[in-house]
Design a protein. Structure first.
Lengths: 302, 335
């Protein structure tokens, strides 16, 4: 008995068919860019989780004797502050590491809110059709008509500046993409036979929507959520930079940049490093998103 | 064709209505009503408050207020700025040419570099040139442009002293503004040094704003070109003995450009988003800068009117792109 199961699993030719996870990994690891993206994201997550241990100093601790110390490899730099200090003597490296935690948190929270609402609305639109669909989709059209940063600014104008409100604003900006994707996927799946058979077996609309159909629409949503991380981080930094997002002394990369503007000529490092951190993080998520798309959605692969 | 145009144009009416609703809601969702904001810390006696509410029309029902708002918008009245006391529409129209000028040159920069880069990457697929183009394009796509703009200023303006740091033209020039487009106005005035000054002020903001569109266009051109190069008619053209460059530039490129045109149209919203950041950094006197000042000063009529106008522009441009696409591709028109 045990032997025959093993034979089935191994297939007739004796080679085991790869499991779904393994198959996914084989496809994903094809691309060097995707692997670099994954490695960077893992490193960033480690930095974010271990910020308290890894960062040499507390992010808001001011060392008044050491303001605007250049990075260690510059003349006048000190090994005590590897990436130098900012205008009020805070350690740049520690602030950047804590900023990683903040940026990933902003990404995670806004993408989660947006994904949850987006899937719900998209599912309703795609499953119920009719007036519900028209209403939801027209609303999304309106939101898409506004350039993303402008929409975020409009939301912040209503809610007031601040980190939490910036996250809500970004969640709203990301929303139409998830709604559209879910609706399209649901409409493609809803007519298939497995859905019919589940309905005939007595599944109610809620079960059909979330338990039968949804698991088959996840691939594009995962890809979009990964790319949503990069949009969220970029927009949050832009809002912080404009003074509409995280407020000082929060070690958020965008507001760090804004606070350092007047020192750009004297101390370029206070401007260079936060921007570099944003670029690397956004790049990492974009690389990972592209890799996921190629691996999960072979149709789009070239 | 006319039916196609009308059908597409009708589709945007609900979106316009939605945008006016959004702009209307903006004012009503803000905590505290305008009268309360006027009264400030000291408060206001109930009688005066009631009179002001009546004066602003805020004592009417919401649907009534909305209907009046739409009526005002349709007659071109977008309210008055709380800080400058100028009509919002007039302010927008004065500043808009500066934004168009910047966006136009940003797009030129993106096209002039992006199209050739994409074509080269497609022709030299999987070579160093391809990887370089794709790497640069991915970096450009991930770029926080407010930081990129600062780096450009730091290097070209501060270190090398090649370009000015901010503004549209040096203060010593006093050019009569006829069109609002600085380059045209300086040319019309025949003032060459003013023209040179205006051009040098445009370079860095255009590069900063054009970087993301450049990345998108290069990527899109590459993948579109790769697809077209596999087509039978390209092989046929080669087989009948046409030179390689002619096949690429005449047969392939023309068809590869169709999806690229759509992408270019879709960049307009992105350009306006980017203009907000670019204009803020370079103190460029355009609508992006104006809107941010409006938000920071809590000048709600400016924010409301600005959002409405920008949305209207994006919707209209998308409609035009849609129609152009129908003109180039009959399958869409009759679909």
């Amino acid at each position: 008995m045990a032997e025959s199961t093993a034979a089935v699993e191994a297939g007739d030719d004796g080679y085991a068919a790869p499991g779904p996870l393994r198959e996914f990994w084989l496809a994903y690891s094809q691309s060097r860019g995707a692997l670099i993206g994954l490695a960077l994201v893992v490193a960033l997550v480690v930095l974010a989780l271990g910020a308290d241990v890894i960062a040499p100093y507390p992010p808001n601790e001011q060392y008044r004797q050491s303001t605007l110390v250049p990075p260690a490899w510059h003349a006048g730099g000190s090994s005590a502050f590897l990436l130098g200090t900012d205008p009020v003597g805070r350690d740049m490296l520690s602030r950047l590491i804590h900023g990683t935690r903040l940026s990933l948190l902003i990404g995670a929270i806004s993408v989660t809110i947006s994904l949850f609402l987006g899937v719900l609305l998209g599912m309703l639109a795609g499953y119920l059709r009719g007036l519900t669909e028209t209403f939801i989709m027209r609303l999304m059209d309106v939101m898409l008509a506004l350039p993303s940063l402008l929409l975020a600014i409009a939301v912040v104008a209503i809610l007031g500046p601040g980190l939490a409100n910036a996250m809500y604003a970004i969640a709203i900006v990301l929303l139409p993409h998830y709604v559209r994707l879910t609706r399209a996927a649901v409409m493609a799946e809803a007519g298939k036979e497995y859905v019919d058979s589940s309905r005939i077996a007595g599944a109610g609309p809620l079960r059909l929507m979330f338990s039968t159909i949804l698991p088959n629409c996840t691939a594009p949503l995962i890809v979009q959520a990964t790319l949503g991380f990069s949009t969220a981080i970029l927009d949050a930094a832009a809002l912080g930079f404009l003074g509409l997002g995280a407020q000082p002394p929060t070690p958020e990369w965008g507001s760090m940049l804004a606070g350092a503007l007047e020192f750009i000529q004297r101390a370029s490092w206070v401007v260079t490093f936060p921007g570099l951190a944003i670029l690397v993080t956004v790049l990492a998520f974009n690389l990972m998103g592209d890799g996921l798309r190629d691996a999960l959605d072979p149709k789009l692969k070239r | 064709m006319l039916a196609f145009v009308l059908r597409r144009a009708a589709l945007i009416v609900p979106t316009f209505v939605g945008v006016t609703l959004l702009a209307f809601a903006l004012i009503h969702l803000i905590p505290g009503d305008p009268v309360e904001n006027l009264s400030g810390e000291r408060g206001m006696d109930p009688e005066r408050r009631a009179r002001l509410l009546h004066e602003f029309g805020l004592d009417k029902s919401l649907p009534q207020q909305y209907a009046e708002y739409v009526g005002q918008v349709l007659s071109g009245d977008l309210g008055t700025s709380l800080t400058t006391h100028e009509p919002v529409l007039a302010e927008f129209l004065t500043l808009f040419p500066a934004t168009i000028e910047l966006a136009f040159f940003a797009m030129m920069f993106a096209l002039l570099l992006g199209l050739p880069a994409g074509i080269v990457a497609a022709l030299k697929r999987n070579t160093v040139a391809d990887y370089a183009v794709m790497g640069v394009s991915l970096t450009g796509y991930s770029m926080p442009i407010f930081w990129w703009a600062l780096l450009l200023i730091l290097f070209f303006s501060v270190q090398l002293g090649w370009t000015p740091v901010s503004g549209r033209i040096s203060v010593e020039f006093d050019v009569p503004m006829a069109s609002g487009f600085m380059l045209l106005d300086t040319l019309r005035a025949g003032d060459w040094s003013a023209f040179r000054s205006a051009v040098s002020h445009l370079i860095l903001p255009s590069i900063a704003l054009g970087t993301i569109p450049l990345a998108v266009i290069a990527r899109m051109t590459r993948s579109s070109m790769l697809e077209v190069l596999r087509e039978d008619y390209v092989r046929t053209a080669r087989a009948k003995g046409l030179p390689y460059w002619e096949v690429v530039l005449v047969h392939a490129l023309r068809n590869a450009l169709i999806p690229v045109i759509t992408v270019i149209g879709l960049q307009v919203g992105l350009l306006l988003s980017g203009a907000i950041l670019t204009e803020t950094i370079f103190s460029w006197p355009g609508v992006g800068n104006w809107l941010i000042h409006g938000v920071q000063a809590r000048d709600y009529p400016v924010v409301q009117g600005g959002i409405l106008l920008v949305a209207a522009i994006v919707i209209s441009v998308n409609l035009i792109v849609d129609l152009l696409y129908g003109v180039v591709n009959p399958r869409i028109r009759h679909g």
